[in-house]
Design a protein around this ligand. Sequence first.
Ligand code: JFZ
Length: 480
Amino acid sequence: MKKILFLIILISNIAFTQGFAQTKRSSIPLQHGTHRLGKRTDAEMQKWRQYGLGQFIHWGVYAIAGGHWNGKYYPGAAEWIRSWKEMPDEDYDNLYKQFNPTAFDAKKWAKQAKYMGAKYMIITTKHHDGFCIWPSKYTDYTIKNTPYQKDLLKEIVDAYDAEGIDVYLYFSIIDWHQKGYRSALPATTEEKAGYEEFKQFTRNQLIELLTNYPTAKGLWFDGTWDKAWIEEAKFTDDLETEMRALRPGLIIGSRFRADENGKRHFDSNGDLMGDYEQGWERDLPNSIADVNGNDWDCVMTIPENQWGYHSDWRGYVKTSYDLIDMLVRSVSMDGNFVLNFGPDGKGNIRPEESKIAQEMGDWMKVNSEAIYGCSYTGLKKQGWGYFTQKDNKIYLTVFNRPINNMLHVEIPKGGIKPVKAYFLSGNKSVDIINAGRNKQNNSLYNIALPADYISGQPFVIVLEIEKSAEDKDIYQQALT
Ligand code: JFZ
C-alpha cells in the first residue's frame, strides 16, 4: 500500500513538473519540432548563462573592400558588398587572392577581448560569400589558397582558448560561392541534384568544423531564412541530431532549422527550437515578459548596421556607455550581450573599436561583479537603471541618477528584506530609508546616495538582502 501511495505521489509529481514545462505546448503533433521542452540544465548551458558579455567577430575577404569598390561608397552592411550592383561577382570572387592579413595577431585580439571582459566569442568561419577562414577540404575557396595560407580559425580558437574565452563558430547556410546553393526551391531536376549536393556539402563542413575544432562550445547559425532551407525540415532535424550526438554539450541557438510547417525559432506549438533564443539582433527585449523565460543573447554592432569592416562609418556610432547600458539591461533580463568587431583586411582592430573595448574593460574591471553569473531579480524595474542579482546580493547599476539622490526600490511583501547597502567600488555604505508600503503592501525603500558623491560613469550599489518571514504587521490592504 505504502509503495502504491509512493508511486502515486511520484507520478503526480512528474506530471506536475512536466505539465508545468508544457503549459504552452498545444497538441499539434510534430515530427521536426523542438527536441526539448524547458531550459537545459547541464553544466555547459549553466556556464553559457553566466557569461554576461561576449564578443562577435566578422572577418573575411569583404574586409579588403571595406565598404568601397571602384572608389564608390557602399551604403549597405560591408559584409554584403558582393550583392551590390557596383561590385561585379568576379571582382569579389578574386579578392581572396589578395587576402594576406600581415598585421593579424590572434593573441592580441584575445587579450583585448579578455580585457574588455568577454567570456565568450563568436567567429565567422564562413559568411554568405562562402569564403572559409579554415582550410576546408570540401571547397577550394578557403584561407589555404590565399597568400596567407595558414589556418586563421585555428589561430583564433587557440588564442581565445588560451585566454579562457569560450569560442563559438558562426556558420552561414547561405553560400553564394557554392554551385548547388539556391535560396528558393530548386525547380529543375538538375537544380534539385545540385541542391542535394549542397546539403551534403553543408553537412560535411559542419562535421569538419566540429571534428577539427573540438574545443569550440557551439555553433551560431545564420542565413537560414531561405525558403529552400526552411523546406528541409527532416534533413536539418537529422543534422541537428547528428551534430549533438557527435559533440555532447554543444550549444546551438534557435536560428538553425524550421519545423515541417516552416516555423522558425519557435515551432508550431510555440516552443523554442534550440538552446536559446537567437532573434535579438541589434535589438533588446523591452521587459522580461518579452523573453518568455527562455535563454537568449543579443548581438550588437557599434555603428548602425555594419558587421564586417567598413572603412567609412556613417550615422550614429554607439558610445561605450550606450553599450554598457545594453549589457546591464541584457543581464537584468537573463540574457547575454555580444558586441561585434569587424577587423580590417590586414587584421587590425580599428581604433574606434579598440577604444570601446578599453572603456568597457575599464568599467568591467570595477563593476563586473554586477554582471557575471547574475540574473533577473523579479523586482519592479525603476527609472534609475537596472537590477541584477547573485545569491543574497542585489546590484543596482545606476545610469540615470535621480535629482533627489534616492534610488527607489520596491520589494514584494513577505519575501526578502534589505540588510545593508554600499558602493560596489570602495564599499562605502549608504543609507536605506524605509519608505513605507504601497497599495499592494509591497515594501518601499529609498537608497540614499550621498549628495556630494560624484561619478562620471554608471556605478553600482550593492543591496544585501535576507529572507524574511511573512510580515505580521501589514496595514490593511486598500480596497479598490
Ligand atoms: C545576418 C547577416 O546577414 C549579417 O551580415 C550579419 O552576419 C548578422 C549577424 O546576421 O543579418 C541578420 C540576421 C537576422 C536578423 C537581422 C540581420 N534578424 O533576425 O533581425
